[in-house]
Design a protein around this ligand. Structure first.
Ligand SMILES: *Cc1c(COP(=O)(O)O)cnc(C)c1O
Length: 412
């Protein structure tokens, strides 16, 4: 038998025996829906109706003029309901859960964005939702905890390990062991045990399908380069897949370079060449780990890119040379953000800004005959605390201090 669920040397399914039936059921239904055009149609109409798809492909006239090189187009995933691409996957898996007659979904969340998308979809589809989140992450991203609860989800703090994403994943799997008869595990990125990388990539493929049609409409030809940021890998695979059959289209994944390669404070598994093959969290991929297989601490200005593993599908595409990997540092990201806001009137999420920073760094290599697409995976106005901190905005800091004082007075 071919090694099932492998993408080249990566992927697989390293799960406890007790979860084998849960994964088998999921595999079976995923194989069915892929053959079922009515399911895909119901997915598309729900995305149109609820999330505002198709999202536009915006010509970035200001940036294009600024550089005087390739024509830059921006795929606007920020215009989705909830402000990012994560809802594409959450909605798809929500519909899949309904089809499997599940009444409840569980999810892990790091920065909280996937938790919010899952809570929204659960409310919309009438499913119960439990979200696992490390205590440390809850402290750092309380606004998202607030929203998850308001949408009716139960948020369970995880109080062991480093109290971050990997511990939340372990806890969600532990829940699933005793609940899979009525519960679907709605995993948030194109990682984890097979078939999750394929499922998430499948639902996110809508991004590239639209972008390809839109660039053909706008320019009557394919782009020369497509840039996307890479955390777990879902928005990148989402936009890349449609262009994969066209070798003339260069695909570039941009990781979080943090404070630079030498600092060790980053989340670049591939571009900096520091990820090594390992098996953790149910799958085999390139992880940032020490020699004993202990996961290293990662760092990024963008919480959503702060992850030790990477999609096994992308690890394989990197090895094949089909996707090139780069990393953008915090400094480059902040500079890019300022430029995008003033030249385009857009505010990308800090995650998405990595894709822009990667593209800007290489724009001199292009000519004005070429076309570049940048995937704007989400919007930044919901990250106002992080962006104000990144921009070191003193007036904002003073405003928060005044607010704090008001709250302190009101509660004393
Ligand atoms: C979560 C998130 C990411 C990173 O996740 P991927 O699975 O790599 O796409 C990127 N951008 C935004 C806006 C996010 O919310």
């Amino acid at each position: 038998m071919e090694q099932q669920g492998y993408y080249g040397a990566f992927g697989g399914s390293f799960i406890p025996e007790i979860l084998v039936p849960a994964f088998a059921e999921l595999n079976e239904h995923f194989e069915q829906i892929k053959q079922d055009s009515a399911f895909w149609q119901s997915y598309l109409s729900m995305l149109a109706d609820f999330s505002g798809r198709p999202t536009p492909l915006t010509y970035a006239e200001g940036l294009t003029k600024h550089y005087g090189k390739a024509r830059i187009y921006i795929k606007r995933e920020d215009l989705n309901h909830s402000g990012a691409h994560k809802i594409n996957n959450a909605l798809g898996q929500g519909l899949l859960a309904k089809r499997m007659n599940k009444t409840r979904v569980i999810a892990e969340t790091g920065a909280g964005q996937h938790g919010v998308a899952t809570a929204i979809v659960a409310a919309k589809l009438g499913l119960n939702a439990t979200i696992y989140m490390g205590r440390e992450d809850m402290e750092r991203q309380y606004a998202n905890v607030f929203w998850m609860k308001r949408y009716g989800a139960e948020v369970v703090p995880v109080d062991y390990g480093s109290r971050t994403l990997k511990d939340a994943i372990n806890e969600a799997l532990r829940d699933w062991v005793s609940s899979f008869e009525h519960t679907h595990y709605l995993l948030g990125t194109a990682s984890g045990a097979h078939p999750f990388p394929s499922i998430v990539a499948y639902f996110q493929s809508i991004i590239g399908k639209e972008a390809k049609e839109q660039i053909m409409q706008a320019a009557n030809r394919l782009p020369d380069r497509v840039y996307a940021c890479v955390g777990g890998g879902s928005n990148a695979l989402g936009v890349f897949q449609a262009f994969m059959p066209h070798p003339e289209v260069e695909l570039i994944g941009v990781e979080a370079g943090g404070k630079g390669m030498a600092s060790g404070l980053h989340a670049s598994r591939i571009a900096y060449g520091q990820g090594t093959t390992g098996i953790a969290q149910g799958y085999k991929t390139l992880f940032l780990q020490n020699k004993d297989g202990q996961m290293r601490d990662t760092y990024s200005i963008a919480a959503g890119l702060d992850y030790t593993g990477v999609s096994p599908i992308l690890a394989d595409l990197a090895e094949q040379g089909r996707v090139r990997f780069e990393a953008a540092t915090d400094v480059e990201v902040i500079d890019a953000l300022k430029l995008i806001m003033t030249k385009e009137g857009l505010v990308p999420a800090l995650e998405s800004t990595h894709a822009f920073a990667g593209a800007f760094r290489e724009i001199e290599q292009t000519t004005n005959q070429e076309i570049v697409i940048i995937n704007m995976s989400g919007r930044g106005d919901k990250d106002i605390f992080n962006i104000a901190e990144g921009l070191q905005d003193d007036e904002w800091t003073a405003f928060i201090a005044r607010k704090n004082e008001q709250y302190a007075n009101a509660t004393s």
